[in-house]
Design a binder for this molecule. Structure first.
Ligand code: NAD
Length: 316
């Protein structure tokens, strides 16, 4: 019988980031189970690896299902969540239900199954309007307007972290929180700015190119392969109850992003500015000093990543 290093459960494992993490774990000779309801994820992200993990279809809100999935597991990576900004506005109750029941079910199932190692996906959205840019992990977390449904997502992540840290102290040996900052790559779903722009460039007739806000809003994007390397650093060297930003310090404005893609597509554009969604983040840039200290390095520059994406895959 094959001997494995350790056994992992990945919730949300058929999603964009989950598939990357699952492939890494398989490569590192861990035994892997995925728990996902496939509301957004799908199994055809895996080709060679498909036979090398067990897939459990289930809902993270269902306590019994999560409890069962956690049997004979040594460590859990919890990613299952609703992603995509438009859903924050449209389905705040569902987002909060998945956040609250999800984290409670995961933590309680770990406790009941004596699992001592848990990795929790948080988000850059917990910073909202940070006081410091670049923003380090010690920044105050905020919900700027309790009435704005957008903050269902960030609020749910703040709660995930709060529970993670407090239960972590009492019940776990290694509980680590990571905050991804705008990860991009193929198969990421269409509800993000990069695939949305690429899709529109593919079908662009004329020069007018619509953007949300005035284009001066800034982001830093991290290519999925680099993100997975960042996660690997956490796996190897991350410390109990610590929080790590995973991102890059390659700052780009939305305007620059549109022009970079226009150049790749060899199209001339004129930007048409529209209103920024209520609560939309104007500036986002993580401090990545902490993750660098445990070995992280950005390998794929934005331009390179965009080019490979444009060549690689049609988003449908
Ligand atoms: N992609 C990013 O840039 C980014 C940034 C910040 C945080 N994150 C966080 O990282 C994690 C993974 O994000 P992603 O980009 O891979 O998103 P994704 O939507 O591709 O993956 C989420 C997965 O969770 C599953 N899921 C949703 N609801 C579920 C439920 N009720 N029960 C079981 N499974 C359910 C989906 O089917 C999907 O496979 C999420 O927690 C997300 O909030 C991602």
């Amino acid at each position: 019988m094959k001997k494995y290093n350790k056994s992992f459960l990945v919730t949300g494992g058929t999603g964009f980031i989950g598939a990357g993490i699952t492939k890494l774990l398989i490569k590192k000779n861990f035994k892997v189970k995925i728990f996902d309801n496939n509301s957004r994820g799908h199994l055809n992200k895996f080709k060679l690896e498909r036979k090398r993990f067990k897939f459990i279809k289930g809902d993270i809100r269902n306590r019994k299902q999560v409890l069962r999935a956690c049997k004979n597991v040594d460590a859990v990576v919890h990613l299952a969540y609703v992603n995509g900004t438009k859903y924050f506005y449209k389905e705040p109750v569902k987002i909060l239900e998945i956040a609250v029941k999800g984290i409670l079910n995961v933590i309680e199932s770990c406790i009941e199954n004596n699992i001592k190692e848990l990795y929790l996906a948080s988000s850059s959205e917990v910073y909202q309007t940070p006081d410091k840019i670049p923003t380090d992990e010690y920044e105050m977390l905020k919900i700027p307007d309790i009435h704005n449904p957008r903050y269902s997502y960030g609020g749910g992540k703040i709660l995930t972290e709060l529970m993670g840290i407090n239960y972590g102290k009492k019940y776990f040996k290694k509980l680590i929180i990571f905050r991804p900052h705008n990860v991009y790559g193929s198969d990421m779903g269409n509800e993000h700015v990069i695939p949305e722009f690429i899709n529109r460039f593919r079908n662009l007739k004329g020069k007018k190119f619509k953007i949300q806000g005035n284009g001066d809003e800034t982001r830093s994007f991290i290519f999925i392969d680099d993100f997975v390397k960042g996660f690997e650093c956490i796996l190897k060297k991350g410390k109990h109850l610590e929080i790590y930003n995973i991102g890059t310090d390659e700052l780009v404005s939305i305007k620059q992003l549109a022009f970079k893609l226009a150049k790749i597509f060899k199209k001339k554009i004129v930007l048409k500015k529209t209103k920024l969604a209520r609560g939309g983040t104007k500036k986002r840039l993580p401090s990545i000093r902490k993750i660098k200290k445990i070995g992280f390095k950005q390998n794929v520059k934005l331009e390179e990543g965009l080019k490979s994406l444009v060549q690689q895959k049609l988003y449908d």
